[in-house]
Write a protein of this length. Structure first.
Length: 156
């Protein structure tokens, strides 16, 4: 069960968040149509949850090896060149998400210190932005997990 959750974490959370986003947006549309009343908090929540879903989708794509790549040129390279390109890709990807983690963490700490709240729901902004460092770490784990799988299976 734990292995299932570890391997499907992104899918489970992203699916739930997408369901919540659709339900919120749908209820806002119905309310606006019938009652002529729009809730401002629905946009705030759906936009911020969308960021969470994008980061979870990125982690999922790295885990499955379905991230964007230029395979037209990569597949034509000799094996040694492919390994070098793969290594460069790993270093750049991990470096990017380490930077994103660091800057996201600084942002979260600033928002906690300044006690910044959202406009419509008046909740702490860091509740939304904590996703950046948290899911950046998850993405790094998924990059390393995929690299380990690729190296063991000689799939480079």
């Amino acid at each position: 069960m734990i292995k299932f959750i570890f391997n499907r974490f992104e899918e489970l959370i992203a699916s739930f968040l997408l369901f919540v986003m659709v339900a919120i947006a749908f209820s806002n549309v119905v309310t606006r149509y019938f009652i002529k009343l729009s809730f401002s908090w629905t946009e705030e929540l759906t936009v911020n949850l969308f960021v969470w879903v994008v980061l979870l989708g990125t982690a999922h794509a790295f885990r499955k090896g379905d991230h964007l790549g230029v395979s037209l040129f990569y597949d034509k390279l000799p094996k040694k060149c492919r390994m070098i390109c793969y290594g460069i890709f790993l270093v750049l990807s991990i470096g990017f998400f380490c930077t994103l983690f660091h800057l996201g963490w600084i942002e979260v700490m600033d928002e906690i210190d300044l006690e910044v709240t959202t406009e419509s729901l008046a909740i702490p902004v860091w509740w939304y932005t904590i996703a950046t460092p948290m899911f950046s770490l998850l993405i790094i784990v998924r990059i390393l997990q995929r690299a380990w799988t690729d190296m063991r299976s000689d799939n480079i």
